[in-house]
Design a protein around this ligand. Structure first.
Ligand code: PGA
Length: 251
């Protein structure tokens, strides 16, 4: 009942020219796919070009971050309103690289999610434990705290516009993905938390993506798990063949 959702997070990669080249191929190959929702998140500099290339496509476009204020004296920041104005439908919030390197906290993640929904953007909210946290047996507590923190104050109605991305930090960019069982264990718990917050009807409709070294070779067994509804793909989304392979994993 949940449409699979595959998103490509390009991070700080690809010039405008390379971004155009990539989405032209993606649009040709998977631009009309109906049984999977597909999204790309280019760097800010390539957003306008990608949006223009994809104007007639089913592929959606996200920004990778935003500020929590709508406008004002915040040099270097970009508000959800400006992102919406550009033509993005989505924004990624709380990616672990933002938490690790740019001081993102559960509180700022929550403010950014509220601001994005107010501006009419849909949100991919990222959470995930570090290797030290996993080895200390704290995975469940950490991801639950991050999820509750991210969603604080959001109504059941808001959840129609929110996707959760579980990305174990130790699996991001390392080539070491969580096993399908490890991922399912966390996804299942996150769904329980959603059920506690919003009831079963809502919890059953929220997509939970897995992220961390997703490739064409491991996507299918991840997606076969009952609570894994798609993927947030980094490295493998920078290359057309691998991203298309992931989107088409069910043939
Ligand atoms: P990766 O990145 O696929 O390169 O591990 C995933 C992510 O950070 O979203």
């Amino acid at each position: 009942m949940r449409t699979p959702f595959i998103a490509g997070n390009w991070k700080m990669n690809l010039t405008i020219g390379k971004a155009r080249e990539l989405v032209r191929v993606l649009d040709k190959e998977i631009g009309a796919v109906k049984d999977v929702e597909v999204l790309v998140a280019p760097p800010l500099t390539a957003l306008a070009a990608v949006i223009s290339e994809l104007h007639a496509s089913r592929i959606k476009v996200a920004a990778q971050n935003c500020h929590w204020e709508a406008a004002g004296a915040f040099t270097g920041e970009v508000s959800p309103e400006l992102i919406r104005d550009l033509g993005c439908s989505h924004v990624i919030i709380g990616h672990s690289e933002r938490r690790q390197y740019f001081g993102e906290t559960d509180e700022t993640v929550n403010k950014k999610i509220h601001a994005s929904l107010r501006a009419g953007l849909q949100v991919i909210a990222c959470i995930g434990e570090t290797l030290a946290e996993r080895e200390a047996g704290k995975t469940t507590v950490i991801v639950e705290t991050q999820l509750r923190g991210a969603l604080k104050g959001l109504s059941a109605g808001h959840m129609e516009y929110v996707t959760v991305a579980y990305e174990p930090v130790w699996a991001i960019g390392t080539g070491k993905n969580a096993t399908p069982d490890q991922a399912q264990e966390v996804h299942g718990h996150l769904r329980t938390v959603l059920r506690d917050l919003y009831g079963s009807a809502v919890a059953d409709t929220v997509r939970i993506q897995y992220g961390g070294s997703v490739k064409p070779s491991n996507i299918k067994e991840l997606m076969d798990k009952p609570d894994i509804d798609g993927a947030l793909v980094g490295g493998a989304s920078l290359e057309a063949t691998s991203f298309i392979g992931i989107v088409k994993c069910r043939g």
